[in-house]
Design a protein around this ligand. Structure first.
Ligand SMILES: [Zn+2]
Length: 79
């Protein structure tokens, strides 16, 4: 019986990381530095301002994806 090496709160038996921290590790493997950018951008704020920042970040991401979709549509129409 050991403590999770990341959060140091949860007890682990077979792995170094608890279930919640393994999920974080999985996100890092998928999104790399984007995980750290989001954590810095969102959590380095007072709690009441975090919701506003989350909403802003989500809006930014939606706009970026919408632009990418528009570009794809324009490219497929010109081919
Ligand atoms: Zn943990």
């Amino acid at each position: 019986m050991f403590s999770c090496t990341l959060c140091e709160k949860e007890t682990v038996y077979w792995y170094h990381l608890c279930d919640k921290c393994r999920k974080v590790k999985h996100y890092i493997s998928l999104y790399d530095d984007r995980v750290y950018d989001v954590l810095d951008a969102v959590l380095a704020r007072e709690v009441d301002k975090q919701d506003n920042k989350i909403e802003l970040e989500i809006r930014k991401e939606i706009a970026t994806k919408e632009q990418a979709i528009k570009k794809k549509k324009i490219r497929s129409n010109t081919d």
